[in-house]
Design a protein around this ligand. Sequence first.
Ligand SMILES: [Zn+2]
Ligand SMILES: [Zn+2]
Length: 426
Amino acid sequence: MSSHRKSVAALTGLIVTATLAGAYLLGRSDERAGRSFALTRPAHAAESPAISPVDARARDFYAPNSEDLRPDEMRLIACGTGMPTARPKQAASCWLLELGNGDKFIFDIGTGSAERIAAMQIPYNFLDKVFLSHLHTDHFGDLDALFVGGALAGRQKPLRVWGPSGDTPERGTKYALDHLYKALTWDLDGRAGITDPRGYQPFDVTEFDYHGVNEIVYQENGVTIRSIPAIHSLDGPVSFILEWEGMKFVFGGDTYPNKWFAEHAKDADLAIHECFIAVPDMIDKFQFTPQSALAVGTQIHTSPEAFGKMMSIIEPRMAVAYHFFKDFDTTGAISEGIRSTYDGPLSLSEDYMVWNITKDDIRVRMAIVDEDVWPPPATGKPQLPDPSLRIPYSDAIAGGRYDMKSVIQPTYDQINEKYGLDEKQE
Ligand SMILES: [Zn+2]
Ligand SMILES: [Zn+2]
């Protein structure tokens, strides 16, 4: 019974489809074209094209790595905007800035952000410059992922990292990265002699004095990056100011509102500044005690009201707020807080937000990402590894190999034939 009903329904559907198509394409012999279909007005039906117009308007999203920049254009992509507890919707602080001269810079690489960078489909040879605002893991926790994953996927050179000193050598960027590299000893030893070694060389670290006020920390290819101190947790954190082609981009790391930002971020074309979750939401949703919510949300970090006040002082062409979970029930309090002290252009950022910046215009869109993305091809020729560098298994472990030669051999045969090789199993 039920299958009979289904087939009738299916048949009816077919008939309706056929009738619609017929009426649409060919008109009807009784001259009632369009009239029987409530969804289409007769006049409209007569003018409509035969095939739905796929390019009737420009799409308002960014498809990663699909648009060249103009020589005087910047593109900023939010690859992490949230909190130390990274979540599917928001990784922690990470900002990818691309310039029309081909340069690309990563500002912070917080927990969970490496996969957002991967989603941008940029060859890893171009992702070799990272600037760290400070050494909280929500600002550099995915550096190891970019370091190893990037080398594996085509970064054929050392990863360059700029970051501040600390009030002791142990609290500086150099110490952190030397020890991160040591922590990767097993990982890196296991790759020796198997893959292109160039990307796995130790971090190329430039540690600069965190006290510097608007001091140059980078100057290449027409791009100047300066640092200013920030006030957050301990001595050491900084913010960055990048200038290129007469434009000014400011990346503010975590901080209590400070005088250096007020002075040197002034008139930025785009200024990013942290803006913490509103204190009541920190208590209700993040389970902070009222005391620590007040301390963390207003003294260690910048509250929404203070963010707005700072933006009213520096008057950027676009203000960008981050460092909050942007949900339907938290965004209102943040927006109201900011708007109580600032009425200028504002982006409440979330992951995959994209800004195209020129002197005349700032366009804000969202990127649409492919979750099944593969790394883009390497831009340089791979260097064959030296197999003699391979570290062998001990006899005790090597002796545990089960004999799988006969089932693996067809793969060798196939690849040897296809590529003209003579590779043999170990
Ligand atoms: Zn921090
Ligand atoms: Zn932070």
